[in-house]
Design a protein. Structure first.
Length: 285
């Protein structure tokens, strides 16, 4: 199930790489109607002649996502982003500050393995980062395609977190990547001075998707913050309002579980202390 880079690529922007060798072949019987042929561009040999434009890569990812194949779709969205990103001196890029925190920065100098950058904030703080932390150069001509590809990539990652559960760390890895990809969208939109309706919609969608990714990681406070920002921007956002109600339920469930855990721990400690007193010793020493 884990996405693998397409021909000509060796890495991903944000999608985690999991070793397919760990997977076991599982046989299953499915209805004939559910067996679909590969799309015309999917066979390995066809990848050699695929058009190199970002919109072509993205459109093919869209088709796979609509068919319910988030693993294959993710590889195409990643390829679209790779094709669109040309990191160069003077370009505005999205850089990684830690595992899921990103920021916009201007590239001042490029070395073989590092980049000198200046963050696009009031302080214009300078830093030297590994090239691997320069995630994406914002394309002046394909910015909208980059945003759309990132949003659909985030959807793929959230779906994969639900279905690729072979190892316990995989869902967490997908959700962490979803936080990163949606954060990249927000960072790009902050640099776009065009406040048109489509940008507003992209911003709302990125906040909603990031909130869901954070909730999946049980970081409910972060999820609530994003949802509140969304509803402050757009109080009538139907899906946002429904999601806030769901978050409130999850928060109550977590609080209830925490109370049970504390109560159980307290009982265990009291019992241990009591047993220690009976034995004439202190169990904590």
């Amino acid at each position: 199930l884990a996405p693998q880079p397409l021909l000509g690529s060796s890495s991903f922007l944000v999608t985690p790489r999991f070793d397919q060798k760990q997977s076991e072949d599982i046989e299953s019987t499915v209805p004939k109607a559910e067996v679909l042929a590969l799309l015309d561009f999917e066979p390995y040999d066809e990848q050699k002649s695929i058009a190199t434009t970002i919109d072509t890569w993205k459109e093919r990812g869209d088709r796979l996502l609509r068919l319910g194949d988030p693993s294959a779709a993710a590889a195409y969205f990643e390829k679209a982003l790779q094709v669109s990103s040309k990191v160069s001196v003077g370009a505005t890029a999205i850089v990684r500050k830690d595992k899921s925190l990103v920021a916009a920065a201007t590239v001042d100098c490029l070395e073989e393995k590092t980049a000198d950058i200046a963050f696009c904030d009031e302080e214009e703080t300078e830093a030297v980062l590994p090239l691997t932390d320069v995630l994406l150069s914002i394309s002046l001509t394909h910015c909208d395609f980059q945003v759309k590809a990132l949003l659909n990539l985030t959807r793929c990652l959230l779906q994969l977190a639900m279905i690729d559960t072979e190892d316990l760390h995989r869902p967490s890895g997908y959700r962490e990547a979803a936080v990163c990809s949606s954060s990249i969208v927000l960072a790009i939109l902050e640099q776009d001075e065009d406040d048109d309706a489509s940008n507003e919609k992209f911003h709302d969608t990125a906040l909603l998707l990031r909130s869901k990714a954070q909730a999946g990681r049980m970081r409910l406070k972060d999820a609530i913050v994003d949802t509140n920002v969304l509803l402050k921007r757009n109080p009538k956002h139907k899906e946002g309002r429904a999601w806030k109600a769901e978050l409130q339920k999850l928060t109550k469930q977590q609080e209830k579980a925490n109370k049970k855990l504390v109560k159980g721990m307290s009982k265990w400690i009291n019992q241990a202390m009591s047993d220690g007193d009976k034995g004439g010793g202190n169990p904590w020493l």
